[in-house]
Design a protein around this ligand. Structure first.
Ligand code: PGA
Ligand code: MG
Length: 246
């Protein structure tokens, strides 16, 4: 995979305000409910290891933290904590299975496409900033016929840093051909809220994803329970109040 050179956050603070704003979306737990296919991949690993499967609802809270975290937790819970070398093999097995079944059970959250339509019609570029790998993210979005909607799809391995590091989010905005001014990050975990804060853009937290705890809700600029509750006017209000409060 080609690696895009590191970028400096400082450049964005002086970027011209004429660049279009970007609606940046997290992927797992925000645009797509990926937990069912992630759980199936985890259960494939557990089954091969002779362990019983875990229920989807037990996997869901860990689904936003990547394969390693899910595997580590499930094997520890089953009383079989993994040594590092074995962990590497399990991650490979997990990812092989997941790649082949990436959109078998996963579904877009209700209202996702309508929100993309609204934001685009209001002059926003669309982008994805996810801690999934770039290739898996592109594959997942292609499966839903959505890859072409995004001006940039940037994964955990696109830059030299990943969320919550602002380099990942700022790089996504730059790759989308947009500017920081007026842009917004829409996500489901603390990682997304912290990345937005560090990049100096407002965060919108969806509470239907994987890890919207109370502290994360308090840290987000806006919490929504449905994509229907979000539009460009709401994002403009968040951006304006950020500018006014300095
Ligand atoms: O795969 C992960 O680690 C989380 O992915 P996300 O950033 O799209 O929520
Ligand atoms: Mg997420």
């Amino acid at each position: 995979m080609s690696h895009i050179p590191a970028i400096s956050p400082i450049r964005y603070r002086t970027a011209p305000e004429t660049l279009p704003p970007v609606a940046v979306f997290d992927l797992d737990g925000t645009l797509v409910d990926t937990a069912p296919d992630l759980a199936a991949s985890l259960n494939h690993c557990l089954d091969r290891a002779g362990l019983p499967p875990v229920a989807l609802e037990d996997v869901r809270p860990h689904a936003g933290h990547g394969a390693r975290a899910m595997i580590e937790h499930a094997f520890a819970q089953a009383g079989r904590p993994l040594a590092e070398a074995e962990m590497g093999r399990q991650i490979e097995r997990f990812l092989r299975y997941y790649e082949a079944h990436i959109a078998d059970l996963s579904r877009l959250f209700p209202g996702a496409v309508a929100l993309l339509d609204r934001m685009e019609a209001a002059g926003f570029r669309l982008a994805v900033c996810t801690n999934k790998t770039q290739a898996l993210s592109e594959g997942l979005l292609r499966a839903f016929g959505l890859a072409g909607r995004f001006s940039a799809i940037c994964g955990a391995d696109t830059f030299h840093r990943r969320k919550p590091d602002p380099v990942h989010l700022l790089g996504t905005i730059e790759n989308a051909g947009g500017g920081v001014a007026g842009s917004v990050m829409i996500g489901d975990t603390r990682t997304d809220v912290d990345a937005a804060f560090a990049a100096g853009i407002p965060s919108v937290l969806v509470d239907f994803g994987y890890c919207a705890d109370d502290a994360t809700k308090a840290a987000a600029r806006l919490v929504i329970s449905s994509f229907d509750a979000l539009d460009a006017a709401a994002v403009h209000r968040l951006s304006r109040s950020a500018v006014e409060s300095g």
